[in-house]
Ligand binder design. Structure first.
Ligand SMILES: [Zn+2]
Length: 406
């Protein structure tokens, strides 16, 4: 039975049986705010639809290689049946399946290219060989960190650009080997503005001064090196040039197309480039600030191009980064609320509630109330199609118990 079918009669039945439908499906810890539905009289209005039992694929997580099993237990407890690992295990290590309540939970790796080799004569051969081996070993795609564009320097001290033509062979090879490219370019707009107490992300920048990309670039002793940071606008231009240059390569723009502040820009890019998709990792706080009617339209009209991602991150020494953190890591007690805020954003029309990552800023977000059809697409169907994953069956509680993991 699906949540969308829970009309008055079914809700009454579930309530009468004393089973919260959420709790009955979810073997994990109790979710705050997901109480058992109260019985309603026939003429009362429908309660808002909420917290769908649709299986999820999180296309953006970071799990160190040794923590796969504990990460998969957390994912499974929150309805995430497959998670795509942007860092950690390398393809072929087979640390990737755990059976929980009779259902496989999978953690599948992206692979990486070493952009520091881009000046080498043999970079094209290196990239081709790396990506061929990645694809053969079962990697789901190529992950690119923001270091491309904001980290690696050329010999003259300038930054290696995202659209540097020397890198073209890697992107062409990713396309040939059927590896979608999950690419993080730039960062929140506020990180490119002066870090004063007026900066809306001052708390984050105070905890992580190296996340500031405003003004002069400094060396490790804090001395200016004679080059300024590029602007946010320049980063987006480089990203768009890259997507435009490789129509046969699929791109997933991380962090809502790297432009969560500008839904009109994201929509224009989606319309212009059929090879571009976006995911929501660590940006529900940002996209949740926009007019919910406008965002609902974007999600609905581009439902086949938007993927669910969280940027859930586990630290090797224990502790979590749930979207972002201040000076100390997030404790495990914050995990249920982190997921809950995502479901609430996508599935309800609630207004003015807390977003998943408090350190990102002191504002509230408004829910989208997406249809079940749209939720099915962004939660798992798009990812299945893009990454060639086995279609997930609904969480109907009918999974056969299994003996052990693979
Ligand atoms: Zn990430």
């Amino acid at each position: 039975m699906r949540w969308a079918l829970l009309g008055g009669g079914a809700a009454l039945l579930v309530a009468a049986l004393g089973l919260g439908w959420w709790a009955s499906r979810d073997p994990g810890p109790a979710e705050p705010g997901a109480a058992v539905e109260p019985a309603r009289a026939e003429d009362e209005p429908e309660p808002p639809r909420t917290y769908a039992d649709i299986p999820k694929i999180d296309v953006h997580v970071h799990v160190p290689r040794t923590l796969g099993p504990s990460a998969m237990r957390i994912f499974g407890a929150h309805g995430v049946r497959v998670a795509l690992n942007a860092s950690g295990a390398e393809p072929g290590e087979r640390l990737d399946t755990l059976v929980q309540s009779g259902r496989p939970i999978r953690l599948l790796p992206y692979c990486h290219v070493d952009w520091r080799r881009s000046a080498d004569e043999d970079f094209a051969a290196y990239a081709e060989d790396t990506l061929a081996r990645c694809a053969a070993a079962g990697a789901v795609g190529l992950k690119i960190f923001k270091g491309l564009g904001l980290g690696y320097a050329n010999d003259d001290g300038t930054l290696l650009r995202v659209d540097d033509p020397r890198l073209d062979p890697a992107f062409e090879a990713a396309g040939r080997h059927g590896l979608p490219v999950l690419i993080h370019t730039g960062d929140p707009k506020a990180f490119f503005e002066p870090d004063t107490p007026a900066n809306e992300r001052h708390a984050e920048l105070a905890a992580h001064p190296s996340w500031s990309f405003h003004g002069e670039r400094l060396d490790r002793y804090g001395e200016p090196i004679g080059h300024r940071w590029p602007s946010w606008e320049s980063m987006l231009e480089q990203f768009e040039n890259r997507v435009a240059r490789h129509p046969d390569t699929t791109f997933v723009g991380a962090h809502f197309g790297n432009a969560p502040e500008e839904p009109d820009r994201v929509e224009r890019m989606l319309d212009a480039y059929p090879n571009l998709y976006v995911e929501t990792g660590a940006r529900v706080p940002e996209i949740g600030r926009h007019d919910p009617a406008r965002m609902r339209r974007l999600f609905t009209e581009h439902a086949d191009r938007i993927l669910f991602g969280t940027d859930f991150q586990m630290s090797p020494g224990g502790g979590f980064v749930l979207g972002s953190v201040g000076e100390s890591l997030d404790p495990p007690s914050r995990i249920p609320g982190f997921y809950e805020a995502h479901w609430r954003y996508f599935e309800t029309e609630d207004r003015g509630f807390a977003h998943p990552t408090p350190i990102q800023g002191d504002w509230t977000i408004d829910g989208l109330g997406l249809s079940e059809e749209v939720l099915e697409q962004i939660y798992h169907r798009n990812a299945e199609r893009l990454f060639g994953l086995e279609p997930l069956a609904p969480d109907d509680g009918s999974a056969e118990p299994a003996e052990s993991g693979e």
